[in-house]
Design a protein around this ligand. Structure first.
Ligand code: GLV
Length: 334
């Protein structure tokens, strides 16, 4: 039987490429995109049995050009930049990495909350610039202990955030369209409230929803207006979940005390973006899942799913409702 070709249709660092090649299941071949051009992507798609991507997109044209396609697999969580309709039309499952990066993103989320609460960015940069602002920011710094944290989106990542907040002595509210059982809620230490109630009560708002038409600008001017003065926002989900001009206006008005954003509406961030000039904003480059441990876990989980489909088993973590692998149409030449 011809070996199955995994077309990695994304561009990553040499370290990630090495892990991808180390974790490629036996009997399969991995081909990396050498150049991220439309032509090179189509050429790879035409030959691949599986299209695998890290964070980058998988376009409809690539899915349509891929006659042998069994599976579209992402290593991470978000499939917002995969043409789900094109894959569904072809009967090809689109899968994400399940919870493979959830703990790592949750750790980073806690880091962002603490960075905001303790003005880490300002203290650190002032020391580097010759200052010693020992007392300067105490009036605007706060403990997490005793505060109310609101998690919007209680999926794999949201649950991991909740678990990590256990022991921090804060109250944790959540909102999601799907609710876990009362036993699970109790084990996580979270209380469900409608979104508007959550917004009115939280000191720290953290977003963990996936981006889809129902979550686009979920947090806009109306929602930001419901927050208590002095609340802070953490976003390590997707930039467009927040209406960025509305967020900038809320920060400028002092309605929000700060924001920590691992994601923005346009990535990489536009150098004219006013967020870059705001001292109460912490910005990181969509790197919440960025540890070597997480790279290995994400790649292993993606490769395990590919091996499952290659063995004729149903894939896990399907995001477009197509549960089965497509039957082979054409034998690969050679
Ligand atoms: C990261 O952004 C992911 O989608 O997992």
């Amino acid at each position: 039987m011809a070996e199955l070709l995994i077309g990695f249709i994304d561009v990553v660092s040499p370290m990630v490429a090495e892990v991808l090649s180390e974790e490629t299941p036996p009997g399969m071949r991995l081909e990396l995109l050498v150049q991220n051009t439309a032509q090179a992507r189509l050429d790879l798609a035409r030959r691949a049995d599986v299209l695998l991507a890290w964070a980058g997109p998988i376009h409809g044209g690539e899915i349509e050009a891929s006659p042998r396609l069994l599976l579209v697999q992402k290593t991470g969580q978000g499939v917002d930049n995969v043409d789900l309709e094109a894959a569904t039309r072809r009967g090809v499952p689109v899968c994400n990495g399940g919870g493979a990066n959830a703990a790592t993103v949750a750790e980073f989320t806690i880091l962002l909350m603490l960075a905001l609460a303790r003005r880490l960015r300002t203290l650190e940069s002032e020391v580097r610039n010759g200052g010693w602002p020992n007392f300067a920011y105490r009036d605007i710094s706060f403990d997490l202990m005793g505060k109310t944290v609101g998690i919007v989106g209680l999926g794999n990542i949201g649950k991991n955030v909740a678990r990590r907040l256990r022991g921090w002595e804060c109250e944790v509210l959540y909102y999601d369209i799907v609710r876990p059982s009362p036993e699970q809620e109790a084990a996580l230490g979270v209380t469900f409230v409608p979104l508007d109630t959550l917004l009115r009560q939280v000191d720290v708002l953290t977003l963990h929803v996936s981006l889809n038409p129902s979550t686009y600008h979920l947090i806009g001017a109306r929602e930001l207006a419901l927050l208590r003065p002095g609340a802070v926002l953490v976003n390590a989900s997707r930039g467009p979940v927040v209406d960025e001009p509305a967020l900038i206006a809320a920060l400028e008005r002092g309605k929000l005390a700060g924001a920590a954003l691992d994601v923005v509406e346009q990535e990489p961030i536009d150098l004219d973006n006013p967020l870059l000039r705001m001292p109460n904003v912490v910005l990181t480059p969509h790197a919440a899942a960025g540890t070597r441990d997480c790279v290995r876990r994400m790649v292993r989980s993606a490769m395990a799913n590919i091996a499952r489909v290659a063995a004729g088993e149903p894939p896990r973590n399907v995001q477009n409702g197509v549960e089965g692998p497509v039957p082979r149409a054409t034998p690969r030449p050679g």
